[in-house]
Design a binder for this molecule. Sequence first.
Ligand code: MG
Length: 371
Amino acid sequence: MDRLDRIILAHGGGGVLMRDLIRDVIAAPLANDALAQLGDSAILPVAQPNSAGRPATGEGARATGRIAFTTDTYVVQPVFFRGGDIGRLAVAGTVNDLAVVGAAPLALSLGFILEEGLPIADLRRIVASIRDTADEAGVRVVTGDTKVVGAGAADGIFINTSGIGVVPDGIDLGPSRITPGDAVLVNGGIAQHGVAILSEREGLAFETPVASDAAPLNGLIAACLAAGEVHFMRDATRGGLAAVLNEMAQDGGLTVEIDERAVPVDPAVAGACDLLGLDPFTVANEGKVVVVCAASDADSVLAAMRAHEQGRAAAVIGRVTEGHRLQTTGGTPTERTAGGTPESGRVVLRTVFGGARTLEMPYGEDLPRIC
Ligand code: MG
């Protein structure tokens, strides 16, 4: 049997396999205009109910605002790790998916799947971490659900969080807003989360232990939005920086040039990646956001990041290059500019040795159950 007739671990890796699974098997049968955004959160116009008490939609509906809606499920193993735990991830991850579409997080739901035998003390510790992280983000858990399954039917604890947020008027972010010349920034050292989880799992002790970067970024992101003309943002989770940059390049139909020397990698993380045979560009983060902004605002957005606790090591890591924009029509990329070239929709890495190579979209999974 073809192995791809069944789900394999790599389908969860944030790469090509996962993208194709989501598009073909899940999103296609459910197709609608909100789902088709396939963004970190769906953005929905909210209209006054009509006289029949139903939300008015379509022609003539008077939109009074926009909400962002997202959901995420957390299966990380181990549940507790240096720099965080499954509870911190479950809040930060969902808050970040709201924040990167420009929404102010409003409320979260919390769904637990608990395995028979899980120590109540572990659950208490996780709930305390959820509370602390929610306080840090300024968001409340307002509804939830708890299911218990028999021993062996799950692995300790799985968590689902959904989140809603309010999108302020005037916010317009997305790959179609990315413009040639734009600057590409990241708020600090990459690959920390993946390395922290793997070292925990493998019982590796490095001279300088690596802690996960799991953190809510809504404060930092709000500061970026206030500091300049931001065109696009995405948090670099599974698939790492390489996946976000490739999604951005492909969806925007543009070439993204990254200067490898400018990408912050903590020396301890770089050392661990060398030892473990990992490429930091494809390793997961849980507190890193890629921000694309107008080149003229790069300095002010960078300053806003660096002024924030989660952005001390922020850097401008590259730029969007000219003349390669494609337009996507009905899923088929078509040339918009006469000068479109095969360079379109790709990420070029200017290496430390002065050469250039394509930074590929990761295919599958380096590390399963990372988040
Ligand atoms: Mg995301």
